[in-house]
Design a protein around this ligand. Structure first.
Ligand code: NDP
Length: 505
């Protein structure tokens, strides 16, 4: 049977995959201490998929104790970087070797289109682990410029026990963005997947064990955010906590840190990213697909989604016409297991309703609905939404100010460059931005003026593994994912000062 046929079969019955559904603590799958479970559903059908361990604070304590033990014994933290590299490369190879199973698992659990998961999520997950593994034995410490009376070394050491709480939009990849740098630098980790999407990470943890990661170095604790996530945030024996998710929940981590042990907090949060199309933008047939990728990719459930299109009035009508045509022709909504599907269901019924609420707000605030705006494929039981475009909006409307996290594009016209910059920056967020122009000087000026962690010029881009990813303003706090800068988040900087004065022999 072809892989594709297997995938099709799985759409209806996931029975051929043995999902891992227990917590992974101290190198073994274990039930929640009180034996409770919760039902995770398939967003494509709304039907129950599997029962997952519903962990609580006691399970977090267990996981942190295992992580602390493994850290203090040095089974991982004291290995030479090249030894850690070897294990992590085996882990990455095992992710690659099991990519089809992981891809199907991810799609059934999250509703993400299988074509994207096969082409991007799972290969990028392996690539992320591999990138940090490859980097770790090539980094040097420093010797400070002292005189001969002292030698001062500046070295990096693992922070200790890292806690991580991650979202449902890129379940495997977001885990890798945390695990890659945290494990490569020698930490032990306790990580909580989002309740909706625990399955790929649980399987990855097992693969890490198979690759030789010692017990206790990686622990996965599924369960509700307000219990398991908060227990991680408050835990007195966690040294660093890394969170990706909403700004609202992210800010709670700072409170929890202040109220517990002042653990370091790194936050990767929401966005309302502008895509600015200048009067001298490249031909619109070239940029329209990029603009739609930026907002419809992953159903718009993407922190860096380009959800505000800020377009020069002279190009507005033609561009919107092209976008509307392409939204219906190129962005097929359907079963995420189908290779033709580009927009799968939203992650939950509740989230679909939230996005529909924003669409209603857009209508009421007077924006012009020119595409989508309604639920589709209702008979499937899944949470499908047609790709949606609002034209002639203003930046004061709710659909322009709040993170919708769905396939909803808001178009806002402008007349001058200064006005474009003012609109683009008039947001509490600052994660990503794009600018489309053929004028080099305008490109440089705009790239500098836009207050965002990543600015794509004539592109929608999050960069690649070699570039840091993080936000300005309320889009982020305390660090960056990806690139060598991610290692700073999970390491302490130590000075070793050696006094060279005294006896001469
Ligand atoms: P959340 O921020 O609530 O969820 C992200 C993670 O935090 C999940 O693992 C969640 O666990 C956990 N969590 C929830 N509450 C707490 C808490 N009190 N303490 C500690 N951890 C907690 O996002 P939602 O899933 O509720 O989505 C709501 C909105 O957030 C979206 O519509 C979108 O706007 C934004 N968002 C942004 C993301 C990004 O990548 N920047 C990713 C996801 C959402 P659990 O879900 O298991 O309860």
């Amino acid at each position: 049977m072809e892989v594709r046929d297997v995938a099709r079969t799985m759409t209806r019955g996931a029975d051929a995959i043995q999902f891992r559904t227990s917590a992974w603590i101290d190198g073994a799958f274990v039930a929640a201490q009180d034996g409770r479970t919760y039902t995770s559903e398939n967003p494509a059908t709304g039907a129950p998929l599997v029962e997952v361990a519903l962990c609580g604070a006691a399970d977090v304590d267990r996981a942190v104790a295992a992580a602390r033990r493994s850290f203090e014994t040095g089974v991982w933290s004291d290995l030479s970087p090249s030894e850690r590299k070897r294990t992590l490369l085996r882990f990455a190879d095992l992710i690659d070797a099991n990519r089809e199973e992981l891809a199907i698992t991810e799609t059934l659990d999250s509703g993400k289109p299988i074509v994207d998961v096969r082409a991007l999520d799972i290969p990028d997950t392996a690539a992320t682990i591999r990138w940090h593994a490859e980097a770790i034995d090539k980094l040097y410490g420093q010797v400070a410029p002292t005189g001969p009376s002292a030698v001062a070394m500046i070295v990096r050491e693992p922070a200790g026990v890292v806690g991580a709480v991650i979202p449902w939009n890129y379940p495997a990849l977001m885990a890798a963005w945390k695990l890659g740098p945290a494990l490569a630098t020698g930490n032990s980790v306790v990580i909580k997947p989002a309740g909706q999407t625990a399955l790929s990470l649980l399987r990855m943890a097992e693969l890490a064990g198979e690759a030789g990661l010692p017990p206790g170095v990686l622990n996965v604790v599924p369960g509700p955010g307000e219990v398991v996530g908060a227990a991680i945030a408050r835990h007195p024996d966690i040294d660093v906590v890394a969170f990706t998710g909403s700004t609202e929940i992210g800010r709670r981590f700072l409170h929890h840190s202040a109220d517990s042990n002042l653990k370091r907090v790194v936050l990767e949060l929401g966005g309302k990213s502008p895509q600015v199309v200048m009067a001298d933008a490249p031909p619109l047939d070239q940029i329209a697909p990029k603009i739609l990728d930026a907002i419809f990719w992953n159903m718009g459930e993407n922190c860096s989604a380009g959800s505000r299109l800020i377009v020069h009035r002279s190009r507005q009508a033609e561009l919107v016409e092209r976008l509307v045509a392409a939204a219906t022709e190129d962005w097929r909504v359907g079963d995420p297991m189908d290779d033709e599907t580009r927009i799968g269901p939203l992650v939950t019924r509740g989230h679909l309703e939230r996005v529909l609420g924003y669409i209603e707000a857009g209508r009421q605030d007077g924006a012009r609905l020119v595409a989508g705006g309604r639920r589709v494929l209702e008979g499937t039981g899944g949470h499908y939404l047609a790709p949606t475009i609002f034209d002639d909006a203003t930046n004061q409307m709710r659909i322009a100010r709040e993170e919708i996290f769905g396939p909803v594009l808001t178009v806002i016209p402008f007349d001058t460059e200064a006005e474009a910059i003012a609109i683009a920056n008039d947001t509490p967020y600052g994660l990503a931005a794009s600018v489309y122009t053929e004028n080099l000087r305008v490109a440089h000026r705009m790239a500098r003026a836009l207050r965002a962690g990543t600015v794509g010029v004539n592109a929608y881009s999050e960069g690649d593994l070699s570039t840091p990813f993080g936000g300005y303003k309320q889009s982020g706090f305390g660090g960056h994912d990806k690139s060598i800068h991610a290692h700073d988040q999970y390491t302490e900087l130590k000075t070793i000062w050696i006094d060279m004065t005294g006896h001469e022999s």
